[in-house]
Design a protein around this ligand. Structure first.
Ligand code: AMP
Ligand code: MG
Length: 321
């Protein structure tokens, strides 16, 4: 049985700490998406994450820290750039990939010699990490390849029964996964786009930062079929939507344009035109489509600017069949 705990209730937070210390899995709220957490210092507990998610064991996990100084506990030969980025963006949606300490168990890193580290900004999770003296290995709290959850209800619906507890900390305010930047090479390289853009990273570092589309290495978060709803998702231009709007198939439309509300879609969601609000609502809308059992989800192509690149990236992966 999976129990529901309230992140605003102190005794519930204490219970989450006890469960995690006891090697159990607890889904935790972050500002990006809900994470499926285990005590990163207990390899057996971390292994249980892979079973619960049915995630292949070579996919590395992000370790969540309560304090920047803990970088030293997990990483070796930490470059100045890591400290600069952590100072600027932590707590926040930026994951740093660094060389791992020899003592870090391979179950966390998928057998790699690098480790991904982040300090999350959700206040309840920061409390849990700091006062519970924990570091938490946590991928997104969804079955492998599926949509990341942005509410406790999403986690319960797709992972209930597979973990000890879900800590309800409300809806995730960002709603999209962190930016991952690899600092182990000659030049910083974004492995997964996210709320923090390459331009912001380059401004802080004062050097160029390579972008996701310019590299071809398949890291797990970069696999084409990630982040997918059950319902087939099609990316469409405004023109394609206009042309096919009255085709008689049960479809849901996510659009940026209120004029499209008259079209004959089973459901039309007019999405906010500012990127942060769009990102916050995206996965919720896709979950909704899955629950409606529509045949297809049509999504109007988002703007092709750098600011929207994380949303565009997730939609592109979601649309691959
Ligand atoms: P998720 O499972 O959705 O939380 O994603 C965790 C992400 O962190 C995956 O996309 C991994 O590719 C990425 N990640 C974790 N550790 C590493 C690492 N050592 N090198 C590259 N990417 C990593
Ligand atoms: Mg994930």
């Amino acid at each position: 049985m999976t129990i529901l705990l309230n992140a605003n209730v102190e005794s519930d937070l204490a219970q989450a700490v006890q469960l995690l210390r006891g090697g159990k899995l607890v889904a935790v709220p972050t500002e990006t998406v809900y994470g499926l957490a285990a005590d990163a210092r207990q390899p057996e507990a971390v292994r249980a994450i892979f079973t619960a998610k049915q995630r292949p064991d070579h996919h590395p996990l992000i370790v969540h820290l309560g304090d920047m100084a803990q970088l030293d506990d997990w990483a070796l030969r930490i470059p100045t750039s890591a400290w600069e980025l952590a100072k600027q963006f932590w707590p926040g949606p930026l994951t740093l990939v660094l060389e791992k300490r020899h003592s870090v168990h391979g179950v966390i890193t998928g057998g790699k010699n690098t480790i991904a580290l982040r300090m999350p900004a959700h206040p309840a999770l920061l409390n849990l990490l700091r006062y519970g003296d924990l570091s938490l290995a946590a991928p997104s709290a969804n079955p492998h390849k599926h949509l990341s959850p942005t509410s406790a209800a999403h986690v319960m619906a797709t992972m209930g029964g597979k973990l000890a507890a879900v800590l309800d900390g409300g809806e995730c305010v960002l709603g999209i996964e962190s930016t991952i930047v690899d600092l182990t090479g000659d030049e910083p390289r974004v492995l997964r786009s996210g709320p923090i853009t390459p331009t912001q990273l380059a401004e802080t570092l004062g050097c160029p930062v390579a972008c996701p589309l310019q590299h071809s290495i398949a890291v797990p978060g970069n696999m084409p079929e990630h982040y997918r709803p059950r319902t087939p998702l099609r990316l469409k231009t405004a023109q394609e939507i206009q042309q096919d709007a009255n085709y008689p198939v049960a479809r849901m439309l996510l659009t940026l344009n209120a004029d499209r509300e008259n079209f004959s879609f089973a459901l039309t969601r007019v999405m906010p035109s500012d990127k942060p609000s769009y990102a916050r609502l995206l996965y919720r809308a896709l979950y909704e489509a899955d629950q409606l059992n529509v045949r297809e989800i049509w999504v109007e192509l988002p703007p092709s600017t750098e600011e929207w690149s994380d949303v565009a990236d997730r939609l592109m992966r979601a649309s691959r069949s």
